[in-house]
Structure formats: C-alpha cells, structure tokens
Design a protein around this ligand. Structure first.
Ligand SMILES: [Zn+2]
Length: 266
C-alpha cells in the first residue's frame, strides 16, 4: 500500500495508511471507526468468500434525473453493481472452517447505501439462501435509508426483506446485524430492527428520521448523543457495542453455538 497520511475527522490525528489498515481502519488515538467499503469489510472479515447474485443491477424505471449516470459512477468507483454485496464464506478467525455463514455487506459509498429494488432483492435472496442451506445470516448495515430515485418500490423493500428474514426463525437460524456508521431510515426500521442480535460499532449513528427533523416536529431539543450506538444501547434498541477488532470473535461465538446446537440436536 502507498504510504499516505489521513486525518481522523474526530480527533484530528494524522495517521499513516499502513498503520490505519493494520488497525482495521480504526483511529489508534480515539477509536473512531472509519468508513470501509463492502469489499474491504469482506477482505478483513472473511475467507473463502463466494459472492452471489452480483449480476443484478438497478434500472431507472422512473426515468429519474441523473439516476442512470449516478449508478454508473458508483459502479465504476467501487467495483460493485449495487449498494450491497452478498455471499457466503467463513470468518477469517474460523481456522478450521467449521462455521459457514451467509452474509450481506452494505456499502455507504454506493448511493449512500440506500435500499432500492436491487438491495432489497439481494438481501431477500441471501436470506432465502440461508433458509434453504440452514446457514446463519450476518448483515453489515450502512444506509441513508430508502432509494429516493425508486420511489414507492424502495419502501416495499422494507416489507419484503423482513418477510423473508422472518422465515429464518421457523428453523431457529440466527440473524445477526452489525450496525456500521450510519444505519438510518428504512434500513434501520426494517430488517435491522428484527435481528436476533444487533451489534453496533462504537459511535455509529443509528435511527429512523434525522435529528433535525425530529426536533422541528416535536419542538424539543434532543440529547447530544441522540441516535448514537451508546444512546441506543442505553435505551435497549441494540444488544452490544463491539470494537471492530473484536467483532469477528463476537460473531463467531454466536455462530459456533448455533452449529453446536444443530449438531447436538440432529
Ligand atoms: Zn481519531
């Protein structure tokens, strides 16, 4: 990697890119978790990752201004066809490869991680895949909400993803959601909210409507840490806040206990 210097937005420390990468893109001074792309998350977390449904692409069915162009730009910039990458594999720390996982990783860099028809479809497809193969599902969420260029079809993805993911419960297959910064709008309010275990990275933003909109509506000042992981944990919306370096182990504990139970009961 080329040695470059990056400034942390939170504490303004200057960090070299190799140091940052070694620290899993977390500021060594203040623990600020930097944005990482879906591809990078997969590279850091998984081994033997097999991508599925990568060919599915959004179409501009509402003929919305510039949508086609914006999609093209993000596809070129990030090397992915949509705001989520789905597939299956093993966590890197799962050395014996005993605990296969289905996963979906959203990318905030692609149209703000917004959920349109294709994001909803891919998440539903990987959930169905996990249901058929009896694999635990792990989703890394990052989203600004619904894809406004796809209108009402975007909102329908909330019901669609939730209904497929809910099928996992009938087979007692765990669904773990990792909230990365930010996870808001229709994504926070749909499949993220129904996860069996909701883990968040420190200081991630999680919520439905924006803070300013809520303040204007209720005409009250909201607490300074409103809609952070810490605020959400204190109010019971999420189950744990986990540092990126501990995340794989945290997930593996749940996944391996699922496999233990599955083998034990069969
Ligand atoms: Zn920092």
């Amino acid at each position: 990697m080329i040695n470059q210097w990056i400034k942390c937005e939170k504490c303004r420390s200057i960090i070299s890119t190799p140091d940052l990468e070694e620290n899993l893109f977390v500021c060594p001074k203040c623990n600020n978790h930097f944005y990482i792309s879906a591809r990078k998350t997969i590279e850091i977390m998984f081994q033997d990752f097999q991508e599925l449904y990568s060919h599915i692409r959004s179409i501009d069915f509402l003929k919305f201004d510039d949508y086609e162009e914006k999609l093209k730009k993000d596809i070129e910039k990030l090397g992915i066809n949509e705001a989520v990458v789905v597939g299956y594999g093993y966590l890197k720390i799962d050395r014996d490869k005993k605990n296969e996982i289905g996963c979906a990783v959203m990318d905030f860099g692609f149209r703000g991680g917004s959920m349109g028809s294709v994001v909803g479809e891919k998440i539903s497809l990987i959930a169905e895949y996990c249901y058929q193969k009896e694999l635990p599902l792990v989703i890394f969420s990052a989203s600004g909400g619904a894809r406004m260029q796809e209108g009402i079809i975007s909102l329908m993805q909330m019901a669609k993803t939730v209904s497929v993911i809910n099928k996992l419960k009938s087979k007692r297959i765990p669904f773990i959601n990792v909230v990365t910064n930010p996870t808001t709008g229709g994504v926070a309010a749909s499949f993220v909210a129904i996860a069996d275990i909701i883990i968040a990275e420190p200081l991630a933003t999680i919520g439905f409507a924006g803070q300013r909109v809520i303040e204007q509506t209720i005409k009250k000042k909201l607490p300074p840490n409103f809609q952070t992981s810490e605020f959400s944990l204190n109010n019971g919306l999420i189950d744990a806040i986990v540092h990126r370096k501990d995340l794989a182990q945290f997930i593996l504990n749940f996944v391996s206990s699922f496999y233990f139970w599955k083998n034990y009961s069969s």
